[in-house]
Ligand binder design. Structure first.
Ligand SMILES: C[S@@+](CC[C@H](N)C(=O)[O-])C[C@H]1O[C@@H](n2cnc3c(N)ncnc32)[C@H](O)[C@@H]1O
Length: 348
């Protein structure tokens, strides 16, 4: 496919995808409003400024455009982020709507305890065995793993995948002139494997590993890689990774740090620095922090009010820059694609 055609395919696919998730986002909002009139939790009104819908959509369009330009420039292939069939996807959407009243009732009660009651919670850290985002079962059930991506994409109007893909550009830079067969990439807290799938499509021969504490999410990651060359999937805590020191060339970590208590954030950073080879690449992607986009701070303020995110408020003001530097991860680049923050670091 010519580069212009690849870019056109990417833009067409992204536009359809955006339209679909925008519609789901509005439908979910409408259903949530209905539940709230039935006596569930009231809407939180932030004190800080929030962007208009136009501003949000313009920023999202910019994200999709820069992704398409990277495809045109041959940095990585067009997005193909879901191994599920269309009927499979629609079944997940139906299940998300069916689960909403229960999740909403728990939100009203501020009850985030379904994860802690799962048998799989035994032996896992207390900070982890909670219902992040009031997700039924936390990260510890098959149903949660089935619904996670549809829920996240609906929340972000289809931008979660494109935000993750911004991590592919620094990897492409790093890979210039390297033999992918000799490069080992580890995705820390890989969840359902959506990012690993993008990396695998871009680098069919790279040595890939994903690590996560959730067995059902790792099982879903395995399904997402079906038909492609697999990845080593490791069930372990990010703060104690069963990997040798200086054994990995590239570490990525996407949407993890905002869910960690401050001291665990530091242990995980130290582990990432330990497993990276000198000169290795660390690509971090997570939520925007306070002040990153001054007119958007109200969104950051509202997020943990609407969703169970017990460590997010601290994350939003944490000194990530200082934390990475102390661990020996030196600054290369920081950008803020849409609602996310991308930080590229090199191991000293
Ligand atoms: C918000 S999800 C992000 C998943 C994925 N990176 C993505 O882009 O969608 C957070 C993930 O971190 C995992 N996680 C949280 N704390 C962890 C820890 N201490 N060690 C390993 N995985 C952890 C969860 O199981 C979950 O899959």
């Amino acid at each position: 496919m010519s580069n212009d055609l690849a870019m056109a395919a990417q833009l067409a696919g992204q536009s359809l995808r955006f339209g679909w998730y925008f519609a789901l986002n509005r439908a979910l909002d409408w259903r949530t409003g209905q539940l709230s009139r039935m006596g569930a939790a009231p809407r939180y009104k932030p004190v800080g400024p929030v962007p208009s819908l136009q501003e949000l959509l313009a920023s999202q369009a910019q994200l999709l455009m820069s992704d398409a330009l990277n495809v045109r420039d041959g940095l990585y292939p067009p997005m193909d982020d879901d191994a599920a069939s269309l009927p499979g996807h629609l079944a997940r959407v139906r299940q998300m709507f069916a689960d909403l009243p229960n999740a909403y009732a728990r939100r009203k009660q501020k009850d985030a305890s379904t994860a802690g009651r799962q048998p799989a919670a035994d032996g896992l850290p207390g900070y982890y065995a909670q219902d992040f985002h009031f997700q039924t079962g936390g990260y510890l059930t098959e149903d949660s793993a089935r619904l996670y991506d549809v829920q996240v994409e609906t929340l972000f109007m289809g931008a979660a995948g494109p935000m993750r893909r911004t991590a592919l550009a620094p990897i492409a830079d790093f890979m210039g002139g390297r033999d992918q067969r000799r490069v080992r990439l580890l995705d820390v807290a890989c969840g359902t494997g959506r990012f690993l799938r993008q990396v695998r499509l871009a680098y069919p021969a790279m040595r890939l590993a994903g690590l996560d504490l959730s067995r059902p999410y790792l099982d879903e990651a395995r399904r997402q890689l079906k038909g492609l060359r697999g990845a080593e999937l490791i069930e372990a805590p990010a703060e104690k990774m069963p990997l040798g020191s200086a054994s990995v060339d590239i570490v990525t970590s996407i949407f993890l740090f905002h869910e960690l208590p401050p001291e665990v954030r530091r242990s995980v950073t130290a582990e990432i620095a330990r497993v990276l080879k000198p000169g290795g690449l660390f690509v971090f992607l997570d939520s925007l922090q306070m002040g990153d986009r001054p007119g958007w701070d109200g969104l950051i303020e509202a997020f943990p009010e609407r969703f169970h995110e017990p460590y997010y408020r601290h994350y939003a003001i944490d000194d990530l820059e200082g934390m990475f530097t102390v661990a020996g991860l030196e600054a290369e680049l920081t950008t803020t694609p849409f609602l996310s923050k991308l930080m590229v670091r090199r191991k000293r």
